[in-house]
Design a protein around this ligand. Structure first.
Ligand code: GBH
Length: 508
């Protein structure tokens, strides 16, 4: 391997060269997952489809924001064309099929199906488009898995206030019903939301994602309440009217990093736990815990801070008992997006606490300089954090079925993506230990992403694909990176034994 090939994010130190060599060697061996374990790949509509105003598609909040404020995207781009998957979906399915995966997780563009967001008019072209994809996947023996909402809210619904407005839960349920009616005969796994914290924090709490509203500590919590209610509504809708005849599963995808206490100091340990509870538990506790509702730690903390700030009530809008019951247990599996780990430590609350989620949380985070970085400041290659997180979930929520809906590593354009291979190999190894040694109930894993795509505020500067896409080529030519062969071999070699045989093969 020539040093030149090792592109920027990893410094060419002596140790790193060994790490990369190791990754390279281990690609040929692979690890052995239980035979029935499912592997797949994920994408999202806005990030790949393009065709933003073609054949009746309506405008969504990402169209609006990127058109009105190109400077809010790092390379001043948008998703108008993206990977052009609207036209090239057949090629994409060939590429996916070439990987040998069991499933493909993609999202529906709400505005492509319902141009105004409302269900009074269904766009026939949207129906045709998704039917084509679903049928082609099934023809190739790939399970279609649908995320109903991956961040592209129809603009007319944002005009009514978007997610902080509770009425949006109704519109979302209307939309989900259309999706079940149209595609539920063939789609057997549904995911209501992708990453509720990103929708609320980044969209309404000042994180810079569409619709880019800066109201942290208020609107983000309102948004969260709507999402939890909307999710539960759609779960019950499926449960009551579709599950019986369609025989599918429905869940939600929630993201979190692992928060490792910076030291054994009980204050740092508490800070790490608080982070998990307030960022992940915000969503998982209401749905997956025995008690339901927001985590008690979170409720108390925000109520106390709100009181100190002279608010008449907590800025975290509560659920009554009926609502708590309505939300509890509304998921057949826990969809988990996980990318990285941080070190968490205690930070004393400031005297005058500004109104914001990050001040309500108030935990210091940093990374260990020894960890392998990536082109994204928030992603380091820390595989053991994944195993710890899976164990935390097992302990906290009584070992629910977990579907890892996203895991991946960004590059900046290289084809020989050894760093990604190293990352994936490490995370898959830790996942295997979590399953076989720790008995964590994980049944599926998906790489983000199939193709380099529109990485939100980073535009096309950050690339998560197993396949490279040339965005200066009008044809958006796709070419495999080294990780295609890695993932392909990994999946192939992992299907040799059933789980009982395997348990006897591993030792702690
Ligand atoms: C996923 O979100 C998305 O589902 C997917 O659409 C996206 O393309 C993919 O990941 C890759 O980004 O520490 O202040 O820099 C990931 C959500 C976004 C959560 C960045 C952590 C860190 C912000 N992550 N965030 S910061």
């Amino acid at each position: 391997m020539k040093l030149k090939e090792l592109s920027s994010p990893i410094p060419c130190t002596f140790t790193n060269i060994w790490i990369i060599l190791f990754a390279f060697l281990s690609t040929s061996s692979g690890s052995h997952f239980p035979k029935n374990f499912k592997f797949g790949v994920s994408t999202a509509s806005y990030q790949i489809e393009g065709a933003w105003n073609v054949s009746g598609k309506g405008e969504n909040i990402w169209d609006r924001m990127t058109h009105e404020h190109p400077n809010w995207i790092e390379d001043r781009t948008n998703g108008d064309v993206a990977c052009d998957s609207y036209h090239q979906w057949k090629t994409d399915i060939e590429l996916i099929n070439n990987l040998g995966v069991d499933f493909y997780r993609f999202s529906l563009s709400w505005s492509r199906l319902l141009p105004t967001g409302f269900s009074n008019y269904v766009n026939p072209d949207g129906v045709r488009y998704y039917n084509g994809i679903i049928n082609e996947l099934l023809k190739n023996n790939i399970e279609p898995i649908i995320t109903i909402y991956h961040w592209d809210l129809p603009q007319p619904i944002q005009n009514e206030g978007g997610w902080p407005n509770i009425v949006t839960a109704e519109y979302f349920a209307d939309y989900a019903k259309v999706a079940f009616e149209l595609f539920g005969d063939r789609v057997k796994t549904w995911i209501t939301f992708n990453e509720p914290i990103e929708i609320c924090q980044n969209g309404y709490g000042g994180g810079g994602k569409a619709p880019r509203i800066f109201s942290s500590g208020v609107s983000d919590y309102l948004c969260g309440r709507t999402l939890l209610m909307a999710h539960a509504k759609v779960f019950h809708l499926y449960d009551r009217h579709y599950r019986h005849k369609q025989q599918g599963k429905i869940g939600v995808t929630i993201n979190t990093g692992w928060f490792e206490p910076k030291s054994n100091d009980p204050k740092d340990v508490a800070a790490a736990e608080l982070s998990l509870q307030m960022m992940f538990g915000w969503w998982t506790n209401p749905i997956f815990s025995k008690t339901g509702d927001y985590p008690l730690l979170m409720k108390d903390r925000i109520a106390n801070i709100s009181r100190a700030q002279h608010f008449k009530r907590s800025r975290l809008p509560n659920f009554n008992n009926e609502e708590i019951k309505f939300i509890q247990g509304t998921s057949d599996f826990l969809g988990l997006n996980h990318y990285s780990t941080v070190l968490a430590s205690y930070a004393p609350l400031p005297n005058v606490i500004p109104v914001s989620f990050s001040n309500d949380l108030n935990v210091k985070t940093e990374v260990d300089p020894k960890w392998i970085p990536s082109a994204a400041t928030w992603i380091h290659d820390v595989p053991w954090g994944f195993r710890k997180l899976l164990n935390w979930i097992k302990g906290e929520y009584n070992n629910p079925p977990v579907f890892v809906t996203e895991n991946g590593y960004p590059d900046v354009g290289q084809f020989n993506d050894m760093e990604r291979i190293h990352y994936l190999q490490g995370y898959l190894d830790e996942l295997l230990k979590a399953i076989l040694v720790d008995d964590c109930n994980v049944y599926a894993y998906s790489v983000w992403s199939v193709l380099d795509n529109m990485e939100w505020n980073r535009g096309y500067t950050l690339k998560f694909g197993l396949y490279h896409v040339n965005f200066t080529d009008p044809k958006r030519k796709r070419s495999p990176k080294s990780s295609v062969q890695f993932y392909k071999d990994f999946i192939k070699s992992s299907r040799k034994f059933d789980s009982i045989e395997m348990k006897s093969m591993v030792s702690n």
